[in-house]
Ligand binder design. Structure first.
Ligand SMILES: [Zn+2]
Length: 428
């Protein structure tokens, strides 16, 4: 089955938008160029000048399946990914059972492949049940197809555990992604320690819980030669540490979430758990440092940390609600609207941070450019329309977004995986 997409705009190698048609056949891109003629039997799609790109890549999602399927399933999570224009995602291992052995990991990968409507790749757990000291058999999990390793959701408290895990990950040349959180500095906090925590009378989480563990890990990363990846970086001190480490030649990459780029703790006006996530929204100065870091390449990529919860869980107070927000469906349009349209960065830079860098850093096989011969993983965005983010539009089971009500441009019109449509916007 062949499909001809006419009148699209694609980024050329110089980062400029150019008019182009794209022919998909047998799951691959067969032709790219202006004014391609439809041959018999080809279905024709008029893109009306919309922006066509290889599908975006998110290296940090939580699909909750198995174990927590009232929050999300691989099916609904991957449908949400397709709705957001993502065709490859990397799923975190805080599941039940935790994929911490080659057998459990292989079962999880099979489930991802059967249930996922996009490419769902899997992290293996650094340690058994995400508990310190019992480092998993990373070599065996790598052989089974683990894309990288992480204990995301929990910080690795013990330097010895982290050191052993880094040696294991380095030996198989797979990235190790760290959720940075020193438990001895958390102090039962629920939002950032600062003006907002004082104003709201809530316990605060100091940024030192992140940056002090990062400093430790960078020293260990230098000693082991591992590819060390910082998950959801959130403070200006952490950005400085990553910048210094890169200057020292330490093999470090970092991701930042859309919410840490667009919100600070000043935006938390009341006891509203839609603003509760881990790491928490930091100060405005931190937010500005994160944007600057993403712009200058210190921070390599955007990752959503898509963390769905049920409506009743997130209806609780800041004190008792779980950490995490849904995010994969709104990330491109939020960042397009507030970073590209507002003039902070070019569209080419945003696509670099949401597509090219994640693929390069994690050594993924996903396509970085629209080119003949590439697999047809594609997303089509309408950069001109204006929509309002709405609870009812989420494919995810998690509707817990602080961005509901925001006006955005750049909604997804269609998403393809290997030439097959996995999302298509229906007329309202
Ligand atoms: Zn995390």
């Amino acid at each position: 089955m062949a499909e001809l997409i006419q009148n699209a705009q694609i980024l050329d190698t110089a980062g400029q938008l150019v008019d182009s048609d794209v022919l998909i056949e047998d799951g691959h891109i067969q032709a790219v160029g202006p004014h391609l003629q439809p041959v018999e039997g080809v279905s024709v799609t008029d893109a009306h000048g919309a922006f066509l790109t290889p599908g975006l890549v998110d290296v940090h999602v939580h699909f909750r399946d198995p174990g927590f399927t009232d929050k999300e399933t691989i099916r609904t999570g991957s449908q949400a990914a397709a709705h957001g224009g993502f065709t490859t995602v990397l799923a975190m291992p805080n599941l039940n059972p935790v994929p911490d052995t080659p057998e459990k990991l292989a079962a999880q990968i099979r489930l991802n492949q059967t249930e996922g409507v996009v490419n769902v790749l899997q992290y293996g757990a650094i340690s058994a049940n995400l508990i310190d000291k019992n480092v998993s058999d990373l070599a065996a999990m790598s052989a089974e197809g683990a894309v990288a390793f992480s204990n995301d959701g929990k910080g690795v408290q013990d330097a010895g555990t982290m050191y052993q895990a880094m040696l294991g990950a380095a030996a198989v040349d797979k990235p190790l992604a760290a959720h940075l959180e020193d438990n001895s500095l958390i102090n039962h906090g629920v939002i950032n320690e600062g003006v907002a925590s004082k104003r709201l009378g809530l316990a605060g989480i100091t940024g030192l819980a992140e940056s002090s563990q990062l400093a430790r890990d960078l020293v260990l990363a230098q000693a082991t030669g591992v590819h060390y990846h910082v998950a959801h970086i959130s403070t200006k001190e952490s950005v400085t540490l990553v910048r210094l480490a890169k200057e020292q030649g330490i093999k470090v990459t970092a991701e930042v979430s859309p919410h840490h780029l667009l919100l600070s703790d000043e935006d938390i006006v009341g006891d509203n758990a839609l603003f509760k996530m881990n790491p928490p929204l930091r100060s405005e100065a931190d937010r500005e440092a994160l944007v600057a870091g993403l712009l200058d390449g210190t921070i390599d990529m955007v990752a959503t940390d898509h963390a769905p919860h049920t409506a009743s869980e997130k209806a609780q107070s800041m004190q008792t609600a779980p950490f995490g927000i849904t995010g994969i469906e709104t990330s491109f349009q939020l960042l397009y609207t507030h970073l590209v349209k507002s003039g902070v960065m070019t569209l080419a830079t945003l696509i670099d941070r949401m597509l090219v860098r994640p693929i390069q850093a994690f050594g993924l096989a996903a396509p970085k450019q629209i080119q003949v011969g590439q697999v047809a993983d594609l997303a089509l965005f309408d950069l001109t329309d204006t929509t309002t983010i709405n609870f009812d539009d989420f494919a995810s089971k998690g509707k817990n977004s602080p961005f509901v009500g925001w006006q955005v441009n750049g909604s997804t019109l269609a998403t393809w995986v290997a030439g097959k449509r996995v999302y298509e916007r229906t007329a309202k």
